[in-house]
Design a protein around this ligand. Structure first.
Ligand code: NAP
Length: 279
């Protein structure tokens, strides 16, 4: 599995999302995470929001006895992101996850508490060993600029944002900003949250042709495209063992320059819109 730089550590490019994990059969979701760990899908993304804590509980069960294999990320809701609230939210997440630390803790999206408060809480959590690193999610360039006023770029591990074949808006400004400042970019909903190109469509045919040339699948080609640059990661959610196995298989797939150009043409970037799209 390829790795990219995530803050101060190397992390596999393909991870595992857990939004709506609580809707899957629990044993199946647990098995998917554990199978992922076997295959190097160690970046596990969760949040206090998901299933109101139930996704974290499932992840905690899946990591029982295997915590050391995972790069575990969770998120604080903006409504909890005051100085005290962030610390309390993190401690509650740690209890649900049955661990004593997170590898990275994110602000889920920009909210109304001053960023200095949230950052101060992140730093206190880091000093206490409860989080190894911190980052943000759904931050547009103006949010990132505001963050730079209260934090060093080197301390911002990542920005987790919506990025899939039909939604490449981050490539206009957010991705260049993050690349310039050494901030990892984590693509969420990399399959469009169940809006993956149909097999028979013209876009689906491009994916299938490139996939065939590599003995790969269209979804693996999509994940390879989305993680094609240093500092890019993708966290498809898979509560199904076969799905996680397929996704893990994208970890070593590298598209040629010609294939990448073909993908860029088949899935055009489009014009820059107003604001950062998010789910
Ligand atoms: P997604 O990963 O784009 O798509 C998930 C869907 O794809 C599920 O129905 C899953 O089915 C299916 N799937 C996964 N692998 C597959 C495969 N190999 N073949 C066929 N189907 C496959 O959507 P997402 O859950 O919205 O995004 C991924 C993660 O990003 C989330 O779970 C969450 O951790 C994170 N996220 C973060 C934010 C944020 O604001 N920071 C927002 C949205 C998402 P099964 O579950 O049945 O395997």
């Amino acid at each position: 599995m390829r790795t990219n730089r995530f803050g101060t550590v190397e992390v596999p490019v393909i991870g595992e999302g857990t939004w709506y994990f609580e809707r899957a059969a629990r044993a199946q979701a647990v098995a998917a995470v554990r199978r992922g760990l076997d295959l190097g899908v160690t970046h596990i993304d969760t949040a206090e929001m998901y299933g109101a804590g139930r996704a974290e509980e499932i992840v905690g069960e899946a990591l029982s006895g295997r915590r050391g294999e995972a790069f575990l990320v969770s998120k604080v809701l903006p409504s909890n992101a005051s100085r005290k609230g962030t610390i309390a939210a993190c401690e509650a997440s740690l209890r649900r996850l049955k661990t004593d630390h997170l590898d990275c803790y994110l602000l889920h999206w920009p909210g109304s508490y001053p960023l200095e408060e949230t950052v101060a809480a992140f730093e206190a959590l880091q000093a206490a060993g409860k989080i190894k690193a911190w980052g943000v999610s759904n931050f547009d360039v103006d949010d990132l600029d505001a963050l730079l006023a209260v934090a060093d770029a080197k301390d911002i591990a990542c920005n987790q944002v919506l990025y899939h074949l039909k939604e490449r808006a981050i490539e206009h400004e957010v991705l260049p900003w993050c690349e310039k400042h050494g901030v990892a970019v984590v693509a969420y909903s990399p399959f469009g949250h169940d809006d993956f190109p149909e097999a028979g469509s013209s876009q689906g045919k491009v994916l299938a042709e490139i996939a065939r040339a590599h003995g790969a699948t269209p979804r693996q080609v999509a994940l390879a495209f989305l993680t094609r640059r240093p500092g890019l990661f993708a966290i498809p959610k898979a509560a199904d063992v076969a799905h996680v196995e397929e996704n893990a298989g994208a970890g070593d797939l590298v598209l040629s320059v010609e294939e990448t150009a073909r993908m860029e043409k088949a899935f055009p970037l489009g014009r820059k819109g107003r604001g950062l799209p998010m789910l």
